[in-house]
Design a protein around this ligand. Structure first.
Ligand SMILES: [Zn+2]
Length: 417
């Protein structure tokens, strides 16, 4: 495949103009020349480091409730009714939404992960999936270990996971950490999302959630921690030392009134900061361009300082930092030898012209709907010009995926989802 006469965002924070070529699943050439006329920009594929994609089934459900009531009253009762078919339908629709918005890799945390993994693989996206550790489910520890050991799809990495400190007891954490000495996987976890959760952990264990998780051994192989809204400087030091990325979820944290993660401070202390959408019930979409936009604005506003984060800082969070967080050093940049994961954005839009400053345009002007083509591993997995056939790698059409989603959602939520 060859994308010619296009602008590109390149490693080293450079903007280039020229041609990207792929050979098999890899970028084989990036040739630059004097800029000419072009209405296309090639961006590295976006990496969504914290998602619950099957929650497309529950998009916006329970809006307005605080986290604990939202989970216990609106979400858990419906989730209890979900079947593997529902999960597949929700994950496939989520994968289509993400691919159409330029996201090429997702780290997903949800029940029936083998069904989500299959949906992501069929749609053509990369995934890091996990069996969610919860100590109140009988047999779950053995289940987590056997899922992680399983072969999986070549497009996925199976990581270890606990939902959170508050939904797993200490023996569960220690036993999973012990098993992971052999497995050697990264940990996907929710950390210090709310003040209450953070303080209750201190009351229970005499430590913050990050310090407690480190003590159990669960951070020994690194990982990626979603939210980290209430983390302390000492927590950030532990994260930097243990190669635990902070996955910032600005929309979800604001929608649920959880607060603002101190990502600028985390970066100063050496933490790798990435971005995630969280699930579509607390966002309520899977749009990484929105997360970039909000991350940029929030931290400038909070710091009273427009230099707090540059556009490049934010673009890297959504691309190469995310790739690193997920243990995927082979994606996240437009460079020879990297996997050919990228998206092409159409610049001929009312809100994108004139394009004086492309990084700034990506973060502050662009929408996910500006993506016209998405490529994963050298294969076009989304082409906006093809309408109902816009997902050419997927054996299921957009229309069939929609019918499956709506049938599942209606069964779960009643006739008017
Ligand atoms: Zn989450």
């Amino acid at each position: 495949m060859k994308i010619e006469n296009a602008w590109m965002l390149l490693p080293g924070r450079k903007v280039g103009f020229g041609t990207v070529e792929t050979d098999g699943d890899t970028i084989s050439a990036v040739s630059l020349r004097e800029p000419g006329e072009s209405d296309r920009l090639v961006l590295p594929g976006l990496v969504n480091c914290h998602c619950h994609a099957p929650m497309t089934l529950l998009r916006g459900v329970g809006g307005g409730l605080p986290l604990k009531r939202w989970l216990e009253e609106a979400i858990f009762p419906v989730e209890a009714k979900m079947t593997p078919e529902d999960i597949y339908a929700g994950a496939l629709w989520g994968a289509m939404e993400m691919l159409a918005g330029g996201t090429t890799t997702v780290a997903d945390m949800y029940d029936f992960p083998a069904d989500s993994e299959r949906a992501f693989a069929e749609a053509g996206m990369r995934s890091n999936v996990c069996r969610v550790g919860l100590s109140f489910v009988p047999g779950r520890l053995a289940d987590c270990i056997s899922f992680t050991k399983g072969p999986g799809d070549p497009s996925s990495i199976r990581d270890i996971c606990i939902h959170s400190e508050y939904l797993t007891d200490e023996p569960f954490c220690r036993d999973l950490a012990a098993a992971n000495r052999e497995l050697g996987r990264r940990l996907h976890v929710h950390v210090s999302e709310t003040k209450r959760e953070h303080e209750e952990c201190i009351a229970r264990h005499g430590k913050t959630p990050i310090a407690y998780l480190a003590e159990t051994g669960l951070l020994d192989r690194g990982g990626y921690a979603a939210h980290c809204v209430w983390c302390t400087d000492d927590d950030f030091r532990i994260m930097a030392e243990r190669d635990v990325a902070l996955v910032h979820n600005p929309t979800s944290n604001m929608k649920l009134g959880s607060g603002f993660a101190r990502i600028v401070r985390a970066m100063e202390l050496g933490v790798n900061v990435a971005l995630g959408t969280d699930g579509p019930a607390s966002n309520d979409n899977l749009d990484m361009f929105e997360e970039m936009h909000l991350a940029s604005l929030i931290h400038k506003g909070l710091a009273n300082d427009p230099t707090a984060l540059s556009a490049w800082d934010v673009i890297e969070m959504a691309t190469k930092n995310g790739a690193k967080a997920l243990g995927r050093g082979d994606v996240g940049e437009i460079a020879v030898g990297r996997k050919a994961d990228f998206c092409v954005v159409g610049l001929d839009r009312l809100h994108l012209l004139p394009a004086h400053d492309l990084p700034n345009l990506v973060v502050h002007s662009m929408h996910s709907s500006d993506v016209v083509q998405t490529v994963v591993g050298g294969r076009t997995v989304y082409d906006a010009s093809l309408g109902n056939e816009a997902f050419p790698a997927c054996p299921i059409s957009r229309a069939a995926a929609k019918n499956a989603l709506l049938a599942s959602a209606a069964r779960l939520m009643g006739s008017n989802p």
